[in-house]
Structure formats: structure tokens, C-alpha cells
Design a protein around this ligand. Structure first.
Ligand code: ADP
Ligand code: LRH
Length: 489
């Protein structure tokens, strides 16, 4: 069979990349044709995404990839919840605001004064995290009513970038499902909820499933890039949904951690779980490929390591990932445990100082060295995964034979081994570029090269050799879990 080429753009909160996939009918091979930093910009008191820079980099990726090999189609996935607003002429009204901006710090309390927490959860199936689009919009409505009055359409980040390139305005299901603006598990805006909160439903346009074929590059982009009009196919436009699609699990019963800036730990289901214990645990029911449900928990993830690394670089110490792992291994074990999900770690800033401060406030000796700080973060993350495993098992009534870790973070051997140890389960790592692989796979299904998701997952299993970590449980991990469980925010 002739090779079929498709192109994925995957934007994480720390970097973006263009990845060309070559499918030979059996396996897929990946070529990274373009990678760029995704650095937010603080301006006028707001943390914002540099969306035009991202558009520019996307065009670079389109051109460079075409030079590597002509592709039949392309697609875009990004992080969740953030959006841009367009006016009636389709012009972007303001730079999209970063979900880590502090403007939504009290948004949950304000909305829940009108709609009780449990009712909001039952009506949306979405975890209550202050950065959800719903909360961002209620803050915008309070602070900038004139902006919302001018706005005609809201597009989530991947749909916005696709619109810049194709001129078509759609909202893909998985990315829309991160917003808290959908009815649970449905391809349907929750207009009743919007009306109750005084938010304009006219902002919300047509919803489509992943796999929809949505037009082609505009003449403007073709001319700028010097390429012919490639087709745009919606992938699972939420990066986590694309990553979960690429978890090599033939029966779809695996427990996964999508490990990048965030660690998203969960399982795939057919229906949303909206029980009181699910609401209490604040797990989310996000949309996946084929209208599946990703029942998962957001865990702060490698963000803490990224921010520590950024701070040390500022101070003149440029550490590689291997240096960081070495330093952690050399530090004393289980000296301190932090809650990686504590709100004090959410905003960008001096993370080592915040970790030290957290330790002091919770009666622990602050870490003195880089190695001690890193050991604390690694052990705390692994312990958080283990507690989350327990929560997911309780909620679903299932036991899981192994944990699949996918994404950039699965290259971290120390974290992978300690996750296996803390969870007392084998950890199966890979693919590293799961998000791009899931993005490419959905395009291949839409193009008729693969029959369905299970064929796609078989292709993933054939294409990427996994790395497995056997667990070495110990009573020290049990104690660490108990210490983490006892920490109060
Ligand atoms: P996102 O898409 O959310 O920005 P990625 O999936 O690209 O994140 O993962 C980025 C993270 O993966 C980095 O912050 C780092 O912690 C981890 N990582 C990347 N490369 C390596 C490596 N070679 N060794 C260990 N960890 C790595
Ligand atoms: C991971 C992610 C996650 C969202 C967060 C905003 O990149 O998409 O699933 O909760 O970013």
C-alpha cells in the first residue's frame, strides 16, 4: 500500500510542534518538522497567549512539513478551556487570556452562590476548577460587559487557530467538553445554564465530532506558505483527548496518565459518572473520540518541575532532565511530602521558594538543595497518583491491572518507577508523542485508512515499543500516601 501522510499540530502549555505522520498501512512513523516555545506574555496585568505568534509558527509548520512530504490533511489540538472571542465580522476582539491568570480566583464561589456546586456538577459533569471557560466567561461578563456585548462567536484555542487557517468556525466536541458549557457527555450546549447565568448563547456555534472534514486552507495561508490547499480534519481537538485516543489499549479498559504540563489520570467510559461521590471527588467527565467519556482527575503534574527548572535557569543553573533525575535520586527519601494540587502552586513564579514556604507552613523542614526539592516533587506526584488510583477504583468499582503513562513525562524514568512503586502496579510507558499520534490517527480514520479506534490503537501498539516498570511496593510509600492524604489545603 502507498504511504499516506498526515500532519498534526499539538500545542501544549509549554511548547508546540508540527508532527508529520507517515502511515504505511501497518505502522505509523513520526517526524517532528517544527517545534517552538509557547510562552505566555504578561501584559497590562493579564497573563495572555501570544496567539498570532502561534498562528505564525503553525504556518511555518505547514510549510516545513510540506517540504518534508506532501500531506493529505492536517489537524490541530491544544490545551483545554481557553478561547478567543470574534466580532460579527469574524475579527479577534482581544488576546486569549491564559487559564493560569488570576482573574478567576473567586469565580467558583460567585457562580456557586447562584447554582449550588452539586447541581452545577450534575448539569455539566465537569470538575469545578476555577479556570473552566464557564468561570472565565462569568468573570468577563462582570469585568468587561462591553467586550461580551461586541462578541459574536467564541472559539476554543484549536478551533480558533483552525479558523485563522481555513475561515471555518466550528467547535469540536472534546475541546468543548472542557468548558463546562455542555450538557454531560452530549454534543449539545447547555443553553439553560448560560441563560441562568446571564451569558449570551449566541457566542456558541455549531458543534462537530472528531473526524469531521471541515474544509481546507484559505488562499491567504496557501500563498503565505507557498503550499497547495491541504484539507482540515477535526481531530480530538483537546490534547488530552487525543492522547487518550492513542493509549494502546485494545479493549479500552486501561487506566492512563497523560503526562505533560498536567498529569491527567483516568479511565475511558461509555457514559458520564454524575454520582454524589464523583462530585465529591471532583472528577471530570470530558469528551473523547466517538463520544466516549474520559473520567479523569487533573493533577498538577510536571508543571512544578518545569517552573523549578525555569527558576534555577534564571539563577544560572541550567539543568537537563537527566541532571534533575540524578539530583532527586541522590537526595534523602521521604523527607517531606507536599500536595502538588495546592492552589499556591498554580500561578507561574518562583516554585522552589513556594515549595519551601509550603513545607514551613505545614511543619516540615524546607528543602535546602535542588535535589531535595526535586525529590519532594517527584515523591509527592507519585503519591498523588496513588491516592487518585484509589479514588478512581472506588468510583468505578473496577480494579486496573496496570497504568499506561503517555506524553512527554513518560520519558521520566524516576517518576515512572516511583509511580509503579507508589501505586503497586506495573507502569507501561509510551508513546511519548501520544497526543500527536492520536491527532494523526483520527485523521487516518476519517480518510478511511483505518477502520475505527480499535484498529487505530492496534496501529499504535505495533508502532511504538513500550517501556515497562515493575512495582516495588514498600511501607514507606504507604506512609507517604497517608501523609499526603492528611494534608489540608
Ligand atoms: P505539554 O504538551 O503539556 O506541554 P509534553 O507532553 O511535551 O507537555 O511534556 C513535557 C514534559 O515532559 C516536560 O516538562 C518534562 O517534564 C517531560 N520530559 C520531556 N522530555 C523529557 C526527558 N527526556 N526526560 C524526562 N522528562 C522529559
Ligand atoms: C492539558 C490540559 C488539561 C486541561 C488543562 C487546561 O494540556 O488540556 O487537560 O485541564 O490543559
Amino acid at each position: 500500500m502507498a504511504t499516506r501522510n498526515v500532519l498534526a499540530f499539538d500545542f501544549g502549555a509549554s511548547s508546540g510542534r508540527a508532527i508529520l505522520g507517515r502511515f504505511d498501512g501497518d505502522k505509523i512513523t513520526l517526524q517532528e518538522t517544527h517545534r517552538f516555545a509557547n510562552e505566555p506574555v504578561q501584559a497590562q496585568g493579564r497573563l495572555q497567549w501570544d496567539v498570532l505568534r502561534l498562528l505564525h509558527e503553525t504556518r511555518q509548520g505547514l510549510a516545513k512539513s510540506y517540504a518534508a512530504a506532501p500531506y493529505a490533511s492536517f489537524s490541530i489540538d491544544t490545551w483545554g478551556v481557553d478561547y478567543g472571542l470574534l466580532d460579527a465580522r469574524g475579527r479577534l476582539l482581544e488576546n486569549p487570556v491564559h487559564y493560569r491568570d488570576g482573574r478567576t480566583a473567586h469565580a467558583i464561589e460567585e457562580v456557586c452562590a447562584r447554582i449550588p456546586r452539586q447541581a452545577l456538577y450534575a448539569r455539566t459533569g465537569t470538575q469545578l476548577i476555577n479556570f473552566n471557560t464557564l468561570f472565565q466567561l462569568t468573570v468577563a461578563q462582570n469585568e468587561q460587559p462591553q467586550l461580551l456585548a461586541l462578541a459574536d462567536r467564541l472559539l476554543f484555542m484549536p478551533d480558533l487557530l483552525a479558523y485563522f487557517l481555513t475561515g471555518e468556525k466550528y467547535s469540536e466536541f472534546s475541546i468543548a467538553s472542557t468548558s463546562q458549557l455542555l450538557s454531560p457527555g452530549a454534543l449539545q450546549w447547555n443553553t439553560g445554564l448560560l441563560a441562568q447565568l446571564g451569558l449570551p448563547s449566541r457566542l456558541l456555534g455549531p458543534l462537530v465530532d472528531a473526524g469531521a472534514r471541515l474544509g481546507a486552507l484559505t488562499d491567504e495561508t496557501c500563498e503565505l506558505c507557498g503550499i497547495p490547499p491541504a484539507e482540515y480534519i477535526a481531530c480530538c481537538a483537546h490534547d488530552t483527548a487525543s492522547a487518550v485516543a492513542a493509549v494502546p489499549q485494545p479493549q479500552g479498559e486501561a487506566l492512563y496518565i497523560s503526562s505533560g504540563t498536567w498529569s491527567l489520570m483516568g479511565v475511558e467510559r461509555r457514559t458520564p459518572l454524575l454520582t454524589a461521590p464523583a462530585a465529591q471527588a471532583n472528577v471530570t467527565n470530558e469528551g473523547g473520540y466517538g463520544r466516549s467519556i474520559r473520567l479523569l482527575k487533573n493533577i498538577a503534574g510536571l508543571w512544578l518541575l518545569q517552573e523549578c527548572r525555569r527558576q534555577w535557569r534564571k539563577e544560572g543553573q541550567d539543568l537537563s532532565f537527566a541532571d534533575m533525575a540524578q539530583a532527586a535520586l541522590a537526595a534523602p527519601a521521604f523527607a517531606r511530602i507536599i500536595d502538588p494540587d495546592d492552589p499556591c502552586f498554580m500561578a507561574p513564579g518562583n516554585m522552589p521558594a513556594r515549595i519551601a514556604d509550603y513545607c514551613s507552613r505545614h511543619g516540615m523542614t524546607p528543602p535546602q538543595t535542588i535535589g531535595e526539592t526535586l525529590r519532594c516533587v517527584y515523591e509527592s506526584l507519585a503519591a498523588r497518583y496513588a491516592l487518585t488510583l484509589g479514588t478512581l477504583q472506588e468510583l468505578t468499582g473496577s480494579r486496573y491491572p496496570a497504568i499506561h503513562i503517555v506524553g512527554g513525562g513518560c520519558q521520566d524514568r524516576v517518576l515512572s518507577q516511583w509511580t509503579a512503586d507508589a501505586c503497586s502496579l506495573p507502569v507501561i510507558c509510551g508513546p511519548v508523542e501520544a497526543t500527536a499520534t492520536g491527532n494523526l490517527m483520527v485523521q487516518l480514520i476519517a480518510l478511511g485508512e483505518l477502520a475505527d479506534l480499535s484498529q487505530g490503537r492496534e496501529m499504535v501498539a505495533r508502532s511504538f515499543a513500550p517501556v515497562t516498570y515493575a512495582p516495588h511496593p514498600s511501607s514507606q510509600w504507604d506512609e507517604a500516601l497517608a501523609r499526603l492524604a492528611a494534608l489540608q489545603p
